[in-house]
Design a protein around this ligand. Structure first.
Ligand SMILES: Cc1cc2nc3c(=O)[nH]c(=O)nc-3n(C[C@H](O)[C@H](O)[C@H](O)COP(=O)(O)OP(=O)(O)OC[C@H]3O[C@@H](n4cnc5c(N)ncnc54)[C@H](O)[C@@H]3O)c2cc1C
Length: 512
């Protein structure tokens, strides 16, 4: 087979998955429909996408964080909530004190206190970013290409046939062979439709708009998120960027052009002002249709990102969920291709990521429910506003939005199992995160025991054994991490070596 994997779609998820697969030494071809990677919809503030903790952590662990950060529009350290603008953001706006929102109701950064989270460690990845899609894709493409990934643009996947040992993919007038096909081709995924994945969910109630405009009388609009009796308008961040949520029963035909006149009429209605749009540079629309593939794998075809789950952008979860899919799938698919994956490893991809996608759909549905333009919804909004303004409420919402408590349902009793590993700092000043840069599993021995070192030698090649003293070991004696940085096993004292070895086999098969 010429390629191990073909990925349809060079969006952020397809490119990050290609990077992960390239890192694991598989041969990857990415087929992208669009000839030109640039688009005014992906550039600058129009392409703004919030990156949450798991995404930032993933980039940090793979050594991409510096470049992702430099390409971003703004960045926020958890230690001092409030976004600092980057020079690329081309705006002189003051730093934003923004910690997130729920249906346009702001979280008060000053009320957030995560100190009760036992395993949370402040480090370089304790941050959130406002990326531009274009900047992010550029960084991911660059890193993927360095690993030997091929990207062919102007190549829409139009068909494929699957046999017992591979897939033949047709793109444009050419066909390509691979062992596995992954659809990262967005919400209207051709791969998903051709493969016959069931895409279950709910129909939309609103049309949303994101636009870059010049406004004649900007003082008529309030800054930030504004929930109104007719929907919501968002003024900023970035000069001339507006967002709109119009409860029109999703009646707008999204194949129709958005004109200055139509956008102005909606902005006036939703904002209840007579504001005037002078110039419309670019605009796009979306809805709150919420659907998810019931499984992420059918035979040799897999889905990730928007191809697997769609929902409204409320709360900024789509990209983050997709990047999480890629981090989860990459090493499992690579292990399957390399032949060392345990029997059911690839199926744990759906088992772990489907619930995360289902949560994102529900998180956005809950926001739609309280934004509806009726008195009942508005009454619930008042209740939520009161709750968000309490310390517990602010913590609850930020924990959900930031993804810091994401936990997979993995076997084992320790409270860290299934969670992302804390970025422990070692006595020599180095940290845990970069130990995952090569994409292999990690057996971290925090109490330097001979038995663990022997076990580490036995599993060398599958799992990297590292003994290190942590400045604050959080009461941990040893940890087993999967290549995605999630904890598969942990011990506070006297590691149970039988349980550890069973867990290593469960994720890594047999010794190399
Ligand atoms: C206004 C707005 C704001 C948002 N804000 C946030 C946010 O703050 N945080 C967040 O996490 N998410 C946000 N999202 C969602 C986020 O943009 C998406 O979830 C994310 O882009 C999905 O990435 P993807 O790679 O799966 O799909 P896409 O970005 O859609 O990429 C798919 C790629 O596949 C290509 N393609 C399509 N069909 C084919 C084919 N047949 N063959 C080959 N290639 C094909 C496309 O050209 C595209 O390049 C927002 C979305 C919108 C609309």
């Amino acid at each position: 087979m010429p390629y191990d994997v073909i990925i349809a779609g060079a969006g952020p998820v397809g490119l990050f998955l290609a990077f992960e697969l390239g890192l694991a030494g598989t041969s990857v071809l990415v087929l992208e429909r669009m000839e030109d990677p640039h688009s005014p919809l992906k550039e600058g503030w129009m392409g703004m996408r919030g990156l949450n903790f798991p995404s930032v952590d993933a980039f940090y662990r793979r050594g991409l964080l510096k470049d992702v950060r430099e390409s971003s529009l703004a960045w926020m350290e958890a230690a001092k909530p409030g976004f600092e603008m980057n020079s690329q953001s081309k705006t002189s706006a003051p730093p934003l004190r923004f910690a997130g929102h729920f249906a346009g109701i702001m979280l008060d950064a000053n009320k957030i206190d995560l100190s009760s989270q036992q395993y949370l460690v402040q480090g370089p990845s304790s941050a959130g970013g406002l990326a531009s899609l274009e900047g992010l894709e550029e960084v991911l493409a660059e890193y993927a290409l360095k690993l030997g990934v091929e990207v062919k643009r102007g190549m829409p996947v139009i068909d494929f046939t699957e046999s017992e040992d591979g897939v033949t993919v047709q793109a444009g007038n050419e066909s390509f062979q691979c062992k596995w096909l992954v659809g990262c081709d967005g919400g209207r995924s051709t791969v998903r439709k051709l493969a016959g994945f069931e895409f279950a969910g709910t129909d939309p109630e609103f049309t949303g708009y994101s636009a870059w405009v010049e406004i004649a009388d900007p003082e008529k609009l309030s800054p930030g998120f504004n929930l109104t009796p007719h929907g919501m308008y968002v003024n900023g961040p970035g000069p001339g960027r507006i967002g709109l949520v119009d409860f029109d029963n999703a009646a707008f035909d999204r194949d129709h052009e958005i004109t200055l006149e139509s956008l102005q009429a909606i902005l006036r209605r939703v904002s209840n002002t007579d504001v005037t749009i002078k110039t419309l540079h670019v605009a796009t629309s979306y809805t709150d249709r919420a659907r998810q593939a019931t499984t992420y794998r059918k035979g040799r075809v897999l889905l990730a990102g928007d191809a697997a789950h769609i929902h409204s952008p409320l709360g900024g979860q789509g990209l983050n969920t997709g990047l999480g899919d890629a981090m989860n799938l990459g090493w499992k698919l690579a292990a399957t291709i390399k032949g060392w994956a345990p029997e059911d490893l690839l199926d744990t991809y759906t088992a772990e990521r489907h619930p995360v996608g289902a949560w994102a759909l529900n998180w956005t549905r809950a926001q739609v429910a309280i934004m509806r333009p009726n008195p009942h919804a508005q009454a619930i909004t008042t209740v939520i506003r009161d709750l968000i303004n309490t310390k517990d409420g602010a913590n609850y919402f930020v924990e959900k939005i930031s993804g810091i408590l994401l936990r997979y349902d993995l076997p084992g009793d320790h409270p860290l199992i299934g969670r992302s590993a804390p970025d422990l700092e070692f006595e020599d000043g180095s940290r845990l995160g970069p130990l995952l840069q090569d994409g292999t599993g990690l057996l971290l021995d925090l109490s330097a025991t001979e038995e663990l070192s022997t076990l580490g030698r036995k599993w060398n090649g599958r799992v990297k054994y590292v003994a290190a003293q942590a400045k604050d070991n959080k009461g941990l004696a040893a940890l087993l991490l999967r290549p995605d940085g999630f904890v598969a096993w942990a011990a506070d004292a006297d590691p149970n070596l039988t349980a550890l070895e069973e867990t290593i086999s469960r994720w890594f098969g047999s010794p190399a």
